[in-house]
Every structure is written in structure tokens, then in C-alpha cells.
Design a protein around this ligand. Structure first.
Ligand code: 5GP
Ligand code: MN
Length: 335
């Protein structure tokens, strides 16, 4: 982060401020962890922060400290709009383009006049932010929030609560410390967080060993639906709305399923297609191992983006048409 930006933010934070903190729509562990870590940090420094998520977060993150204070824009639009309009400073974390907050919130954000601070690790940031900490080499926004607090010379403020939020985002976005972007620095930060009291054996249980029986059955269905295009080192699976309904789907149940596609020997590209009848879209997650850039693939063909090994997108076609389009594209690729 540029020294001038750090100094400018230090000046902004030198007196109590009303501050809005925003994660992306469909917030994950890193989005919730980073926004709540910053929330607790700003609260500790006598500001009035509010986390405003575009839509609801999954239940498996509801234990995060402070999650009960999070306002949901799409449920409480009027009140959230007022908070956003009154904010003197606005942080956007774990995304870098307004459209990642959804069609309605995007328009509200575009009208705001307070300065934006972006902290994010995705590619191709839009230019709405006055102050930017944007770096794709990081595995998580949470690691950047840890650095951001350090840049402000406030590392001493990181207590067990803040550390727990940061730990959660680093853990989830790094695929439990497996993905590229996990560095020695990442592990040194993790070590410090554990020294601060983070319950590192308990958090993975809360996050990953908390499934319902029906969620496991849904996973079973997704695994049965999986197709392998061996020649193209690709696998993919899908879940229709009817399948989700028949396994009593709740938000968060499909989280992580996409990764199973890469666990097949020799497969380096995988995708999951999930029907959302209410939004009339097929939501897609892409994952790759090694050099195949799924961010570019998602941008080029499925109106999406993300990182080179983990990206997402959407399709307005039917499930069948979407899967055909995907197969067609893959058979033309040399992976
Ligand atoms: P996931 O597959 O876990 O939803 O997302 C993987 C990564 O891609 C995340 O970093 C997420 O922010 C990004 N991503 C997911 N869906 C979209 C999308 O529709 N557009 C863009 N630009 N990025 C996405
Ligand atoms: Mn992230």
C-alpha cells in the first residue's frame, strides 16, 4: 500500500468517524472474516462502524464474533441506504467492482460521495476507490487486513476477537493453507494469531464439521452427477433447483463441493453448475490446479471473474444449454 494512502487514512481515523464496511454478495469466510476483523478494530478505536452485507451470509459463519451486528442490504434496504449515505468513510473488502454487490446495491454505492477504501486480492480492480490496497499475490483479504492494521502501527490492537476473524478468512480462502498465495508470511501471521488465543483446532470444526445429514446427501448427489472429460483433464458437476429442494438445501450447503472435482487423479480443471430458480441463473464455480487460468475463462465465457485458480460466473441459459456450452468450450481447449 502506498505510504501517502496510509498517511491519509491515518488522518481520517484520527477522530471518531461513521464508517461503513462492505463485503461482496454471497459473502464467504474471507469476506465475513475481513469485514468483521476491521469492524472490531474500528470499534476499538472509537469509531462507529457498521458492516453492511449485500445479502445474507451462510449459517456456518454465524458464530463469527460480531456477525449478529451485520446489516443485510437486501433485507433492510432503506435503513442500510441511510447508513451508507451518512458514512464518512466506506471500506469495500474482498471485492473490487461495485457490481459484485448485486444490481440494487451497486446503484446505491455509485451515488455515494464519501471516499472509498478498497482492500482486495482479486484481479482488475475498478477505479472507484480513493485509497487502494489491491494485490493479487495475497491468498486472502484477511491477510491484507492484518497487514493494513500493521501499516497503521496498530498491530497491538489485534486481540483474540480480531485474530479469530482474520484466522477464519485466511483458513477458508487458502483451502486450509493449500492454495498458491499461502506463503511463509501467511504462516507467520497464523502463528501470531494462535499466540493471541485463536482456537485453531476448534475453528475448522465450526466451519467444516458442522454439516446436516441432508447436506451430506446433497454432496453425494453432486458426486454422482460428476462427469469426467479425461482427455481434457476436466471434470464438472451440477445441481438443479429440484435436487437442491429435495435435499432441503440451505444457504452454504454447496460451499466447497466444487473442490472434489479436482481430487480426481489427473484432473486440473473443474466446475460446478448450480441452478437458482429465484434469480433465474445458473451460478458457476470454477477451480483449477496449475497454469490454467479460470479467471480468464470465467470472464471470457460466463460473465464472471475471480482468481487464476478459483473463479465464478453465471449463465442465463438453461442448465442443459449451459452444460453443453461448457463441454463445447472445454473440448476446444488444450489443457
Ligand atoms: P466461488 O466459486 O467460491 O463463489 O468464487 C471463487 C472466486 O471467484 C471468489 O474469489 C469470488 O469472489 C470470485 N467470483 C465468484 N463469482 C463471481 C462472479 O460472478 N464474478 C466475479 N467477477 N467474480 C466471482
Ligand atoms: Mn477472498
Amino acid at each position: 500500500m502506498k505510504i501517502q494512502d496510509i498517511q491519509a487514512i491515518q488522518l481520517w481515523l484520527s477522530a471518531p468517524k461513521k464508517i461503513a464496511i462492505i463485503p461482496h454478495r454471497g459473502p464467504d469466510g474471507d469476506a465475513m472474516g475481513s469485514t468483521l476483523a476491521l469492524y472490531h478494530f474500528l470499534l476499538k478505536n472509537n469509531h462507529q462502524p457498521t458492516v453492511i452485507a449485500p445479502n445474507d451470509f451462510p449459517d456456518f459463519l454465524a458464530w463469527l464474533p460480531g456477525s449478529e451486528t451485520v446489516k443485510i442490504f437486501e433485507k433492510d434496504t432503506e435503513n442500510c441506504t441511510k447508513i451508507l449515505e451518512e458514512a464518512e468513510l466506506i471500506f469495500t473488502l474482498d471485492f473490487n467492482a461495485f457490481h459484485r454487490t448485486g444490481e440494487i446495491m451497486e446503484q446505491t454505492l455509485a451515488k455515494l460521495t464519501a471516499p472509498f477504501v478498497m482492500i482486495d486480492h482479486h484481479q482488475k480492480p475498478d477505479d472507484y476507490a480513493t485509497y487502494m490496497y489491491s494485490d493479487t499475490s495475497f491468498g486472502s483479504t484477511c491477510e491484507m487486513v492484518y497487514n493494513f492494521i500493521s501499516f497503521l502501527n496498530k498491530k497491538g490492537d489485534i486481540d483474540k476477537t480480531i485474530a479469530t476473524c482474520i484466522y477464519t478468512g485466511i483458513l477458508t480462502d487458502s483451502g486450509s493453507f493449500r492454495f498458491p498465495g499461502t506463503t511463509g508470511d501467511t504462516h507467520r501471521i497464523i502463528a501470531e494469531l494462535i499466540d493471541l488465543g485463536v482456537e485453531n483446532t476448534q475453528i475448522p470444526v465450526l466451519l467444516f464439521d458442522n454439516s446436516s445429514y441432508s447436506r451430506l446427501q446433497l454432496l453425494g448427489r453432486a458426486l454422482q452427477n460428476m462427469k469426467v472429460l479425461e482427455k481434457h483433464k476436466t471434470s464438472y458437476t451440477s445441481l438443479t433447483q429440484d435436487e437442491l429442494d429435495s435435499f432441503d438445501y440451505v444457504k452454504g450447503d454447496t460451499e466447497g463441493i466444487v473442490n472434489y472435482g479436482l481430487s480426481i487423479k489427473g484432473i486440473v480443471f473443474t466446475a460446478i453448475f448450480i441452478e437458482n430458480k429465484e434469480e433465474k441463473i445458473i451460478k458457476i464455480s470454477f477451480r483449477s490446479q496449475g497454469g490454467f487460468d479460470v479467471n480468464q475463462f470465467a470472464r471470457d465465457h460466463f460473465n464472471g471473474g475471480g482468481h487464476s485458480n478459483a473463479a465464478g460466473g453465471k449463465s442465463l441459459l438453461s442448465m442443459e444449454e449451459t452444460l453443453n456450452k461448457f463441454e463445447d468450450l472445454v473440448t476446444k481447449l488444450t489443457i
